[in-house]
Design a protein around this ligand. Structure first.
Ligand SMILES: [Fe+2]
Length: 393
């Protein structure tokens, strides 16, 4: 394992691209009607899941469409398989839809984003797995998140599960036209979903901050995101109707979406190796490694640790390693407070599985933007520490 020479953005050079029109705040779901009209929609495909239909949240969105015709694809599942992406492709190509609206968590929004792309790009869904494979402009899309976590309403990525492995469909063309982030729609989220999605948002902000692709724009968003999530996650978990906590969590998730352009480091990679095998929600699978990532990256990201500690509400100290350890312990206590498991042992991973998991992590989910470069041995050691609950770097 070695550390890349760390430049604190000097000489400063970065790009940032976010064309999505954004509306944030209680009651903003109202603007869906005006946005849809402004986009000239005549036939809308709503992409969502059965829970959103059953709870009436999908209808709260479609009610805003006035007389515009709409159909609903409600077959989105958690961690959607490529077969679900194919089903949504078949549906969006079956009629002349000119607007897609995604209503739900990351899975629904990811499927809505690819649906908008499939409407104007031919070929089977699996031929788009990878980067930059859409060539034609998608039809317009509006994303309405109902969780506070993924930030998918502002990202270029859709995740799909292909033969049990998490894969990406990436394209800047997938950035939604409009994002409507209304915390009101998150109020009925059950505590376990609040916890998992909230931890996902905390991971996005933290991992983006530790990435070599971080810029002052993503850092500002990430630090604000961490700060509001640290103060609000437990409140939103314990009291779902706490509107201030819900608003803060939605804001923290949104900041995570902005920060995500710096990309994730190895916390999300580790999460992908355990999510499908141990049937964990995405936010649980990446929330578990978060404290270990912080303590391990502290020396590699030494110049940035003081601000990270402040955002986590941890008293600053000079030595990056001990500061990293203190921030990691804070992250672990936040995770524990919302019942996120903190060791691989707890989720049923056997010690004999660690070599395979750590090998898969490096082989399938490498991170060129990680300031910490792992080899097989150091990644295996990290998995052993996560198994045992050892936060030492
Ligand atoms: Fe995530």
């Amino acid at each position: 394992m070695f550390i890349k020479p760390f430049r604190v953005l000097h000489p400063m050079r970065f790009s940032y691209f976010l064309p999505t029109r954004l509306h944030f705040g209680f009651g903003t779901v109202e603007v869906v009607g005006a946005e849809s009209k402004g986009l000239g929609a005549t036939r809308v495909l709503v992409v969502t899941d059965k829970i959103m239909v059953k709870t009436g949240i999908a209808q709260r969105v479609t009610d805003r469409l006035g007389g515009t015709r709409s159909d609903t694809f409600e077959e989105v599942e958690a961690e959607p398989r490529i077969e679900v992406a194919q089903a949504v492709a078949d549906m969006v190509r079956s009629r002349p839809y000119d607007l897609v609206i995604g209503v739900g968590g990351g899975s629904s929004m990811d499927m809505a984003k690819v649906a908008a792309g499939f409407a104007s790009n031919e070929g089977p869904a699996k031929s788009f797995v990878g980067s930059n494979l859409f060539t034609k402009e998608p039809i317009p899309s509006i994303m309405v998140p109902t969780t506070a976590g993924t930030g998918a309403e502002l990202t270029v990525t859709s995740m799909v599960t292909v033969e049990g492995h998490k894969q990406w469909i990436n394209s800047p063309l997938l950035l939604p036209t409009v994002a409507v982030v209304d915390p009101e729609l998150t109020v009925s989220m059950p505590p376990s979903v609040t916890a998992a999605t909230g931890m996902d948002a905390l991971c996005h902000n933290t991992e983006a901050y530790l990435s070599t692709l971080a810029s002052p724009i993503t850092d500002s968003a990430a630090l604000e995101g961490i700060s509001v999530i640290v103060q609000s996650l437990q409140k939103a978990f314990e009291s779902g109707t706490d509107r201030i906590a819900r608003e803060s969590m939605s804001l923290g998730a949104l900041m995570g979406g902005i920060a995500l352009q710096a990309k994730m480091v190895y916390g999300h990679s580790i999460g992908y190796t355990i999510a499908t095998r141990y049937k964990l929600p995405h936010g649980v699978s990446c929330g578990l490694p978060l404290p270990y990532i912080i303590s391990n990256y502290a020396v590699a990201c030494a110049p940035k640790m003081k601000k990270l500690a402040e955002a986590y509400g941890v008293a600053p100290s000079k030595e990056p390693q001990s500061l990293g350890r203190a921030v990691a312990e804070r992250a672990r206590s936040i995770a524990t407070s919302v019942r996120i498991p903190s060791t691989l042992k707890e989720i049923g991973v056997g010690e004999s599985d660690l070599a395979e998991l750590s090998g898969e992590c490096l082989a399938m989910y490498p991170r060129a933007n990680s300031p910490l470069v792992f080899d097989g041995k150091s990644m295996n050691q990290l998995y052993h520490r996560m198994w045992d609950g050892d936060l030492e770097a």
